[in-house]
Design a binder for this molecule. Structure first.
Ligand SMILES: [Zn+2]
Ligand SMILES: [Zn+2]
Length: 717
């Protein structure tokens, strides 16, 4: 497998110290408010225990559970779901008698699809002193956007949070996706207790189908919407049924993964079902919150669980991981409800058709669009494959409710008056083959944009897509439509917290150590400074890098180590996973930049003479018919180079080829200031007709590679 290594994580830049903030306010006195951590350290010298000040009876239950050969790995507190007296934080040394199987099931979906009780044989053996460290290994998601994946390891137990993909950079020609490198886990398959997926976005789920086999099909835990999307993706790869998908309810459930106990809390994001994790470990409590924001009026009516978050914070948090995506933005992100109201205003005022383009994972917003259409007497037609699949999935798991007689086929929309139609579409990023671009160009076989249409782009361009979005907006105007986008009106909001919400979360969690996630290096640094501004000790802010192992020792000390595990880019290109590496990418870059120049020389072995004028094939470099002088000079140069070098080293064809390549490179650079990829083949034989055909075929196959590379480029752009 080819793995493209990122910059050395231990480079000087990565060891920058975070400057101490002048505005530092002490958050609390650690010694007085956290006696439990002292206890924890003491306990840990004898037996791994979660940092706790719980009553001794529950602690002893926990001990019994830890040493049990057959461990109940999924359970909940057995409390009624809507009990207003229910405490917001629960003791975590629970008895296994609180089985999830005792709880009334909340829906048919859960009862049909979810194995509520999972019994798993966990090897029980005493841990050695050397193993009493928690190892946290971010495999992806640091100093980059995408391929989020973090490993938590203690002794014999490993669990994984998220397994996402990254979209390729514009210079990764022909690459479909980049996925994490799981080499570290390949010989530890039997120790992986599960994968927890925080939410359904591709940068957290997209690599599952590519990697799940390599890590031995561990069970996957997630909320209903998240698992709906994971299942859809597994279906595309015919992998459904290979491993268990275990649905969790973030309000009620708690899962046990070896020595780890994971509780959940609801968060808001641009997709329903996003959760944060409270991870109880033998060395302290961790909180993991990637991709979140606070929205008091979200589209699904379920704000983040502030009570539970505050409860977790009051128990004492050793290390907190948080989302850095929007750390540069001041204030708060606007609410999804505001977006819904704006869309409704537009729908109610428009006289012609409405076309709304957005990401298909914005399930809450899709619901708002259906509601608005229904309220204003419009029917909704869904176009674009991913949008159709998302709506289908959301309806099937009851994540959205479509008002009666509102959803129609796109063909039916053609027979309705314009003011009765709303089209929900993909293509908010101006993607080449997406529905919005087709409609704007007049290329869609069902519906095209015409005068009087209002197109709402309910998204902001991802960096790098600005030009495509501008182009599609221009096309819409040319076709007679009008565009509304997020610079005009509040038709989009980000799913990631702005500064004030990040601070509020830090104030609620009150972590001892802090580690920013989900962002490039500068965002991680800014987030660390933000944490310091509200009182986190600058020496306890960890700005990590992919692959860098972070350890929490038995005495509760968090340290970054010099150990680095493989964390390079694994490229997915068509059916190939990991077969494209640096060398292939470099060739593609060279071909895409200055084209390709192929010289084929065929000589007669008996006489040592060139049989024909050297064949030259060129693509993407010059138009040969208009550059005949250059081509004939190149031919002459090839002849001269061959004759000179054949005399010197007639038995070393490789050397002759290299000399021709070097001479041609110099010549073409001088003449054109371009450096095409040069392929030179010297065939020493008496050619038959078949032989000549073969040599030409070799040239054409290289051209085919080049054309494929260029078409991939246009797809990316
Ligand atoms: Zn993300
Ligand atoms: Zn996300």
């Amino acid at each position: 497998m080819n793995i493209v290594t990122k910059q050395d994580v231990f480079s000087k830049e990565n060891q920058d110290k975070i400057p101490r903030s002048k505005k530092k306010l002490p958050m609390r006195s650690r010694t007085s408010s956290r006696p439990e951590q002292t206890n924890s350290s003491t306990n840990n010298t004898t037996q791994p225990q979660p940092a706790t000040n719980q009553p001794s009876s529950t602690t002893s239950n926990q001990k019994q559970s830890s040493s049990s050969e057959e461990r109940l790995t999924v359970y909940h507190a057995g409390l009624p779901k809507h009990n207003s007296d229910r405490p917001q934080s629960r003791p975590f040394g629970r008895s296994n008698s609180f089985s999830r199987s005792n709880r009334p099931q909340s829906s048919e979906v859960r009862s049909n699809q979810t194995p509520f009780v999972k019994r798993e044989i966990v090897p029980s053996r005493p841990l050695t002193t050397g193993e009493k460290k928690l190892r946290i290994i971010p495999i992806g998601g640091l100093e980059e956007i995408g391929k989020n994946m973090t490993i938590f390891e203690f002794g014999q137990d490993i669990f994984i949070v998220d397994m996402g993909l990254m979209f390729p950079d514009s210079d990764m020609f022909g690459i479909d996706y980049v996925i994490p490198d799981v080499t570290y886990l390949e010989d530890k398959k039997d120790r992986i207790r599960g994968i927890i997926i925080t939410h359904g976005h591709l940068d957290h789920t997209g690599a599952i189908p590519y990697l799940i086999e390599k890590i031995g099909y561990p069970p996957i835990y997630g909320t209903k919407v998240t698992l709906g999307l994971v299942k859809q993706r597994l279906e595309e790869f015919s992998l459904v049924g290979k491993n268990r998908l275990i649905e969790i309810d973030p309000v009620e459930d708690s899962i046990k993964l070896g020595v780890f106990t994971v509780n959940f809390f609801k968060l808001n994001h641009s997709i329903p079902g996003a959760v944060g994790l409270e991870i109880e470990t033998p060395v302290g409590r961790l909180v993991y919150a990637t991709d979140w924001k606070f929205d008091y009026t979200p589209a699904d009516g379920q704000p983040a669980d502030f009570g539970k978050i505050a409860g977790i914070g009051s128990k004492g948090v050793k290390l907190f991981f948080s989302d850095s995506t929007n750390v540069e933005r001041r204030g708060h992100a606007i609410s999804e409800q505001r977006v819904g109201e704006t869309i409704n205003e537009i729908v109610s005022e428009a006289r012609g058709r409405i076309i709304i383009a957005m990401f298909s994972t914005l399930i809450g917003r899709i619901q708002q669009v259906f509601n608005s259409a229904h309220k204003n007497g419009r029917k909704v037609a869904v176009v674009g494959m991913s949008m159709q699949k998302a709506v289908e999935m959301a309806i099937s798991i009851k994540a959205i409710t479509v008002p009666e007689n509102t959803l129609i086929e796109i063909r039916q929309a053609r027979n309705l008056p314009d003011n009765r139609v709303l089209i929900l579409s993909t293509g908010s990023q101006g993607e080449d083959r997406a529905a919005l671009k087709r409609m704007a160009h007049g290329d869609d076989r069902n519906v095209n944009i015409h005068k009087g249409d209002t197109v709402v782009i309910s998204a902001s361009p991802i960096p790098g897509n600005e030009k495509s979005v501008n182009d599609v907006m221009d096309e819409i105007y040319r076709a007679g439509g009008r565009v509304v986008y997020n610079r005009d009106m509040d038709v989009h909001t980000s799913g990631h917290a702005h500064q004030e919400d990040l601070k509020l979360m830090l104030a609620l969690i009150k972590p001892e150590y802090f580690m920013p996630l989900h962002g490039e290096r500068h965002k991680l640094m800014l987030h660390a400074r933000l944490a310091q501004s509200i009182g986190v000790d600058p020496n306890k802010c960890i700005v990590g890098a992919d692959g860098q192992v972070i350890e929490i020792t038995a005495d509760g000390h968090v340290q970054t180590t010099r150990e680095k595990v493989p964390c390079g880019y694994v490229m997915v290109d068509g059916l190939g996973v990991g077969d494209v590496g640096n060398i292939v990418l470099r060739d593609r870059q060279a071909m895409a930049t200055d084209g390709i120049f192929i010289a084929i020389v065929t000589i007669d072995r008996s006489t040592g003479r060139i049989l024909t004028s050297p064949d030259i094939i060129s693509r993407g470099f010059i138009y040969m018919r208009e550059n005949e002088t250059l081509v004939s000079e190149a031919r002459q140069l090839i002849r001269d180079l061959f004759i000179q070098n054949y005399r010197r080293s007639r038995d070393d064809v490789g050397e002759i080829r290299n000399q021709i390549r070097d001479g041609l490179t110099k010549f073409l650079k001088e003449k054109t200031e371009r450096e095409p990829m040069i392929i030179r083949n010297v065939y020493i034989n008496k050619p038959s007709g078949l032989f000549r055909s073969c040599s030409q075929l070799a040239g054409f196959s290289l051209i085919y590679r080049w054309i494929r590379c260029k078409s991939s480029l246009s797809r990316i752009m």
